[in-house]
Design a protein. Structure first.
Length: 143
């Protein structure tokens, strides 16, 4: 059981965060990239609830288990496309709280030339980190 139910304790801000995620989910960023970003950030943040939720969603969307298994070592893996690598590099920098290097940003721009898609990537990385920062200290567990 979680320490606090955000949907009842702070319904307006919690609903706003979920609405923002809904807007990203319906935007131009590919579902596979969205889920990889969500999973990788959640792995780095130690969010068991979100790792469980988003790996299930990724598999439902057709993601191969082999790629999910190699996600923690994506830099060494040959299973990820250049766009996914750019998204994961960006996500790791944001999640670790380090400055996004110019090299990483240029890779993001090259792989996501559409500004709207790139904006949704930026929003996705921020949102999953926000959701992780709710779930981890509140000790949300998989259902």
């Amino acid at each position: 059981m979680a320490r606090l139910a955000m949907d009842s304790a702070a319904p307006e801000p919690y609903k706003a965060i979920l609405q923002a995620q809904g807007a990203v989910d319906t935007g131009p960023l590919a579902a596979a990239v969205r889920e990889l970003v969500k999973i990788r950030a959640s792995q780095l943040n130690g969010c068991v609830f979100c790792v469980d939720l988003h790996t299930r969603e990724a598999r439902r969307l057709g993601e191969r288990q082999e790629r999910l298994d190699q996600l923690p070592v994506w830099e060494e893996s040959e299973l990820f496309a250049p766009r996914e690598r750019a998204a994961l590099a960006y996500t790791e920098a944001v999640t670790r709280g380090v400055r996004v290097s110019e090299e990483t940003w240029q890779q993001v721009c090259a792989q996501f030339p559409d500004e709207a898609e790139r904006g949704h990537l930026v929003a996705q990385a921020a949102l999953i980190n926000t959701l992780n920062r709710l779930a981890v200290p509140l000790e949300l567990k998989p259902r």
